[in-house]
Design a binder for this molecule. Structure first.
Ligand SMILES: [Zn+2]
Length: 341
């Protein structure tokens, strides 16, 4: 059974539209990675094809099971090429020719274009005609993080659904129920997942990621006392992929939030990284609000750069070096000599 968390209103809307025969032929699901877009696309593919008349995917019939296992001949999934991280013209052309054929065993052929904001301009143009007037047996579901990276002519052809961030409470409850995590660990994971259940589950299923969080927090909370050389050594191998960079960025955001809270004298129980309480307090005494604001503005700039395909390894290095510089420039001259020496 396809499991979707915290999207009841959206599922109701999709269910009602499908029941009335008013489901648009081209949908765009917008939200951050791990927000449930792809699961909802599969749920909808099952809903429109399920053989049981129960008003929702039964999860039991042959069509529901094939869709859930991604082996239905009437389910087309297009993803960015793993090398270029783009959806290329050839992929779009292949898809357009597939849509000429009616479904083999289902009522509706469903095409899911994952990360449609990674489509090249040529690929987007190749799909414009089919998205303008899709055959009645087709349902297109595009998923994307940022619609501003898509051609406006594609976006205008889609009926948009926004997958907002889930609350920490909903995510923590799901981690406690589904992964049997203790509440304290579920609390940390939900906070560092920035509203994405998929990210939280990936952390929970990967103890190595939790160890990486600890290493990152150790590095971040010593940035005011380490040398530039030591930082360079510690950055080596820290980030190797776009998903690594998202993880690093999320951890830095929680660290920044905790530093701001610490400066306001907040109780450590409100810290996301409360296991680093004493280090955060010591560090916050060495940094001004102005410097923290400066770091927040780097985060924004670098986050944008990473969306525009700038190398994630470079982005991570750049971000840490910038943060280190903010700390070192905020120190008095004697302390600077100690660090730079
Ligand atoms: Zn079914």
């Amino acid at each position: 059974m396809i499991d979707i968390c915290g999207r009841d209103d959206m599922l109701d809307l999709l269910r009602n539209s499908a029941r009335k025969g008013a489901l648009p032929g081209v949908l765009l699901f917008l939200g951050q990675p791990g927000s449930g877009k792809f699961s909802t696309a599969l749920w909808l593919a099952s809903l429109v094809n399920c053989q049981a008349d129960v008003g929702k995917p039964c999860g039991e019939c042959i069509l529901c099971r094939k869709i859930e296992r991604l082996n239905s001949p009437d389910l087309l999934i297009v993803r960015p090429d793993p090398d270029t991280w783009n959806i290329k013209l050839e992929q779009a052309r292949g898809l357009a020719s597939e849509t000429c054929f009616a479904p083999i065993e289902s009522g509706r052929k469903v095409c899911v274009i994952k990360d449609a904001d990674r489509m090249t301009e040529e690929a987007s143009n190749a799909l414009l005609k089919i998205l303008e007037e899709p055959p009645s047996y087709m349902l297109f579901i595009l998923t994307a993080t940022d619609s501003s990276l898509m051609l406006p002519t594609v976006v205008s052809r889609c009926f948009r659904f926004r997958f907002s961030d889930l609350s920490d409470k909903i995510i923590a409850e799901r981690l406690i129920t589904n992964r049997r995590l203790p509440p304290s660990e579920a609390g940390i994971l939900s906070s560092i997942s920035c509203g994405s259940l998929g990210t939280a589950l990936a952390f929970a299923d990967n103890p190595e990621k939790m160890n990486r969080r600890i290493k990152l927090m150790e590095l971040l909370t010593e940035l005011h006392v380490i040398s530039s050389f030591s930082l360079s050594v510690k950055l080596d191998g820290l980030c190797g992929s776009p998903s690594d960079f998202i993880f690093i960025k999320n951890i830095i955001l929680t660290w920044l939030r905790d530093l701001i809270l610490s400066k306001t004298g907040a109780d450590f129980g409100r810290f996301i990284n409360y296991d680093f309480d004493s280090r955060l307090r010591e560090q916050s005494a060495n940094v001004s609000f102005e410097s923290l604001r400066e770091i927040a503005s780097f985060m924004f700039e670098i986050g944008k750069a990473s969306e525009y395909n700038v190398n994630p390894v470079f982005c991570a290095d750049w971000l840490f070096q910038k943060i280190w510089l903010v700390f070192s420039s905020g120190l008095d001259s004697g302390r600077k000599g100690e660090i730079f020496g």
